[in-house]
Design a protein around this ligand. Structure first.
Ligand code: 5RP
Length: 240
């Protein structure tokens, strides 16, 4: 299977496994992730909503990309602040950039980490779908950690991060001159350390720097993970 096929396989397998387990159900409040693996899961959820199996679901979207996809598919989207969602979700499903053996994650390859983390940490169950390239021995060895910063603190945050041994690159736009501006109006520093850092320690430590909005380590939830493999199988890690 190609990488794209693995993503789609993991996404659709996960949706049906969750439905069979009663973790997806009509009328539920669901967080919907961002990216090319979350998208086929969202399409399948929309199809099941239309068929009645997931009638009446209410969604929180993690990005403008996902909001637009939901508009196209007819999935009603609400703010987490709304009375309809009441700031809590029954489940959230999303992709990831890296997954370590303890199911800790790096996210934010699509610069949506802030709303992705708010949604993931507001959900009773957090589900991750990915292709096999995302499973790594150690977080951050290959994929840089995205750190979302307010524009005014771009230089000072990079200086503080350098004191921890990081090198930081301001993420540049594609077909847009200058830096990427996130859905919340901030910038992204992509950070690498020469030796792996402790993800749980650094998730908290980085967020303590003035001007950091959020970082892409996701260690405070134990997600249920579905990994699509090249041989067509899906590995399931963790429990709901
Ligand atoms: C966006 C994310 C995505 O979930 C992550 O980048 C994975 O994307 P894809 O499924 O397209 O590989 O964190 O901010």
């Amino acid at each position: 299977m190609t990488q794209t096929e693995q993503k789609e396989r993991a996404a659709i397998y996960a949706v049906h496994a969750l439905l069979a387990e009663g973790l997806l159900f009509p009328g539920m409040k669901i967080g919907l992730g961002t990216g090319s693996t979350a998208a086929p899961a969202i399409r399948e959820i929309a199809r099941l909503a239309q068929s009645g199996a997931l009638a009446g679901i209410k969604a929180a979207a993690t990005s403008f990309q996902t909001e637009i996809l939901c508009e196209e598919l007819g999935i009603p989207v609400y703010s987490l602040n709304s009375r309809q969602l009441g700031s809590s979700l029954d489940a959230a499903i999303d992709g990831a950039d890296e997954i370590d053996p303890q199911n800790r994650l790096i996210k934010g390859g699509g610069a949506a980490l802030l709303r992705e983390k708010i949604v993931a940490y507001s959900a009773k169950r957090f589900v991750v779908v990915a292709d096999e390239t995302k499973a790594v021995a150690s977080l951050g060895a290959a994929f840089p950690l995205p750190v979302e910063v307010v524009a005014e603190a771009r230089v000072s945050v990079a200086a503080r991060l350098r004191e921890t041994g990081a090198s930081c690159v301001l993420r540049e736009g594609v077909r847009k001159c200058g830096p990427v501006i996130t859905d919340s109006g901030n910038m992204i520093l992509d950070c690498r350390w020469q030796c792996p850092v402790d993800p749980a320690e650094y998730e908290a430590l980085i967020n303590a720097i003035a001007g950091v909005v959020e970082n892409g380590f996701f260690t405070r939830r134990q997600p249920l993970v579905f990994i699509g493999k090249a041989d067509g199988s899906v590995e399931v890690r963790g429990s709901a």
